[in-house]
Design a protein around this ligand. Structure first.
Ligand code: URA
Length: 224
């Protein structure tokens, strides 16, 4: 796996424009800043910013799409149905959720009110790219060795380009922050599968991807 260049300072990261990005001192300071985010219109229909959570020194960062209804109310990522499936898959692959950082590409719940319900809407490219501001700062503070993008929205945010999941899934992809990206499916994709047999098979593939991630982290620790 590519190593982070020693010359990069802990407090800055080069952006596409090659300008150093000022980064707050801590994840809690960054979270407090993000609470007032108005970088795109999505805050208007959301209860709150749902920031990432996990250890500041996590070797692995998981990036989802955006908070859902339950995450929006709780203010925490991956606590609803997709989060429960994610937790199950993590446990089966030997990854402890407490040891990884879990965040989203977009930090407000994009939804369309429909009566008493709020329908999930997929974030568009400009919303994903606007929210990259926060992801960049999470990268700069945490410096994960491995970043796992769950689904196409997360892959767009992490790689800065549109990705076909089936083509890039499971390959280590070098990132300009010195870490490595790994692409897999989003747990919601599994929840939406109507055929139980196909769902079981795809879930097993997802767990196999997570096992591969667990192995890479273990090998990395041994090599360090
Ligand atoms: N789906 C996501 O992508 N993120 C969450 O936090 C919850 C559901």
């Amino acid at each position: 796996m590519a190593q982070r260049p020693a010359s990069k300072s802990r407090r800055t990261r080069q952006t596409d424009a090659d300008a150093p990005v000022p980064v707050p001192r801590s994840l809690s300071a960054l979270k407090a800043e993000a609470a007032d985010c108005r970088r795109c219109p999505l805050y208007r229909n959301a209860t709150q910013t749902v920031f990432g959570e996990g250890p500041a020194r996590a070797a692995v960062m998981f990036v989802g799409e955006q908070p859902g209804d339950q995450e929006d109310l709780a203010g925490r990522p991956f606590v609803g149905p997709a989060g429960k499936l994610f937790d199950k898959a993590l446990a089966e692959s030997g990854i402890e959720r407490e040891r990884v950082y879990v965040t989203n590409a977009v930090k407000h719940f994009k939804n369309e009110p429909r009566g008493k319900r709020r329908l999930h809407k997929k974030p568009n490219t400009s919303e994903i790219d606007a929210c990259r501001w926060w992801l960049d700062r999470e990268f700069a503070l945490i410096k994960p060795r491995l970043t796992v993008a769950l689904g196409a929205t997360a892959a767009r945010a992490v790689l800065g380009r549109n990705v076909t999941i089936s083509k890039e899934r499971g390959k280590p992809l070098p990132l300009d922050n010195g870490g490595t990206a790994f692409i897999t499916v989003h747990p919601s994709f599994l929840l939406r599968m109507p055929d139980p047999e196909v769902r079981r098979r795809e879930y097993a593939r997802f767990v196999a991807d997570l096992r591969q991630i667990a192995e890479q982290v273990t090998n990395n620790r041994r090599a360090a």
